[in-house]
Design a protein around this ligand. Structure first.
Ligand code: CA
Length: 227
């Protein structure tokens, strides 16, 4: 399950994408212009962006440049009616991960999304198979998290934050370290990270206020305690 942002002004294509993404168990949100898209990607948990180039307020390529300014790693897939090779090269140079021409096959686009999400998390998958700490278990190869053997649903970014802490059990990680690992340098700030931590704690701590598993080091960062 991933949080997918659709930046597309054509309502029919928005709907087509939402239906296909829902079938793949993703959460999809659609916005009709570049400005709203950049705003959303900056402020809300997003795992992947599907981007149209012909937007009412600016060219989609500017969305790519804006997102890359604060997030180097976010997978961006362009879905565009422009079939010009130069256009594709411009997009790839600006940091687009993949380019699909309209009209597109939903099945093919979903496969490309799976590949992009897989690639985005390949770092964690390659490390080792299973991590256990107290009641928490992370199965890296299945990309799954369990508490008391019950599967917990984390967003892709929450999962990455948790994996970063798990890879450094017992060590305090600074806000900057975690942000650089998960979003890329400058990709978030301490306040944004706090929102993620609160959400992760609600999902994995017995009592989110005791900080048994994830401890806040005020003004510094976070640490996963060895249970
Ligand atoms: Ca359009």
């Amino acid at each position: 399950m991933a949080e997918i942002l659709i930046i597309e002004d054509d309502k029919a294509i928005q709907n087509l994408l939402k239906i296909a993404l829902k079938r793949e168990k993703h959460n999809a949100i659609a916005v009709p212009c570049a400005k709203d898209g950049i705003d959303y990607a900056l402020k809300s948990p997003t795992d992947l962006i599907i981007l149209d180039l012909g937007l009412p307020d600016m060219d989609g390529i500017n969305v790519v440049k804006a997102v890359r300014n604060f997030n180097e790693k976010m997978p961006i897939i362009v879905v565009s009616a422009r079939s010009d090779e130069q256009e594709k090269i411009k997009c790839l140079d600006a940091g687009v991960n993949d380019y699909v021409e309209k009209p597109f096959s939903s099945a093919e686009l979903m496969a490309r999304i799976r590949a992009a999400l897989r690639y985005a998390t390949v770092g964690e998958g390659a490390k080792s198979s299973v991590f256990v700490n107290g009641n928490l278990k992370i199965d890296y190869s299945a990309h799954s998290v369990f508490v008391n053997n019950k599967e917990i649903h984390l967003t892709n970014l929450e999962y990455k934050v948790l994996c970063t802490l798990a890879a450094n059990v017992g060590k305090t990680l600074t806000h900057n370290y975690i942000i650089t690992e998960v979003w890329g340098a400058g990709g978030n700030d301490a306040n944004g990270l706090r929102v993620f931590m609160a959400s992760i704690r609600r999902k994995i701590e017995k009592d989110p206020y005791t900080q048994e598993l994830i401890r806040t080091e005020v003004g510094v960062g976070y640490r996963m305690n060895k249970i």
